[in-house]
Design a protein around this ligand. Sequence first.
Ligand code: PM9
Length: 471
Amino acid sequence: MPHTVHMTMGQQEGRRSWAEPWKIKMVEPIRMISREERAAALAAGGYNTFLLRSEDVYIDLLTDSGTSAMSDRQWAGLMLGDEAYAGSRNFYHLEEAVQSYYGYKHLIPTHQGRGAEHLISQALIRPGTYIPGNMYFTTTRLHQELAGGTFVDVIIDEAHDPASQHPFKGNVDLDKLQALIDKVGADNIPYVSLAGTVNMAGGQPVSMANVKALRQLCDRYGIPIYLDATRMAENVYFIQEREEGYQHTPIAAILREFCDYTDGAWMSSKKDHLVNIGGWLAVNDPLVAEKARNMVVVYEGLHTYGGMAGRDMEALAIGIGESLQDDHMRARVGQVRYLGQLLMDWGIPIVQPVGGHAIFLDAKKIYEHLPQDLFPAQTLAAAIYLDSGVRTMERGIVSAGRDPETGDHRHPKLELVRVTIPRRVYTQAHMDVVAESIKAVYDERKSAMGLKMVYEPAYLRFFQARFEPIG
Ligand code: PM9
């Protein structure tokens, strides 16, 4: 009888499982097309999973962005949309939710996260300045560069090592930050760009001790801290779980404490907040708020809707509260870990510890024989889709793009495939199917030949680049 992972986990003595704090009220059918059809879809989509049609995908683990299932309360909230052009009552609900959960004074709504990144980058960055941050994120860094800044990575070294078991791999290395301040001067650092659960590092958290120490260092030089709060709910769950003194503090209270060490935040609500669209910028400094409000009317919409419909703002306001319930986050992270455990039990190399929103497969290790210029992670994502119709995403050399100065490929240390779990959407049975497919592809790893890029767009190339198989 085969030794299955279920047996291994089920046999653990005294095991008490978590379960989702909800039941399913509505379902959406999905289907797996044939292998021949998947091969044709992959070729038509240039071996880029972003270019597949959703209807050709069986289990969609491309992203957790805008893909969550809303609750019955959020759907009810849609019916309460006040679609006035100005001063919608839903805006005030949203403002109240952000102020009470995150604690910032001024709220500027945007259509999604990158709208807010645009506003904060243009409001604060002077050309020729430097923005230190705990690892780059694609859209964040691009907006910083478009505003004339240069991003400088000041994350701890452990973040670049998939095998490191550091519990807070998202932490800022204060020595690296100090060295940058000494080199370029505090006046040339408009702000520190701090992300909660670092996406590109594998969904790794920042500790409370780290943000506290960061605040002290920044205060010495008058440098503000702005937070990418996109997945902060997951970050504070890890603090509750791992950091001394927080085990009995609700995650909502941990979030307030964390945010109090920062000057403001931008947010893609399409993640934590359990909605399909939306975002915001929230700041304490009234002058920064004024600058952002001046710009939001040019690029997004009025300062009381910022690109969202009234109903979107209502669903978002409700989602904020739901995202910060302890039992929700326990099940959220629990499901990601369930998948991670299946893969680890089979010896498949993934980023550890398992992060908040996804499993990250170590493509560099899986395809040891492929040099990075043959796009191992892109190749692996394509192979998984071909095997089972499961859609994942490259997070390696393609995502890293080119150095704007030299025009050369950036070669990130991490060459990963992100297997991203939407919130409240898939069951454990789906996770089993996904794990089995990854295992099948892993078993065939020696036959992978790599890809060559045949079309490269100017910005954020991973979204639209096209590839052809080698051989
Ligand atoms: N993240 C993700 O799939 C969606 C598109 S990029 C592949 O992970 C952070 C940490 C994000 C993020 C989006 C944004 C931008 C900002 N910060 O997508 O514009 O993970 O709402 O947010 C994506 P928007």
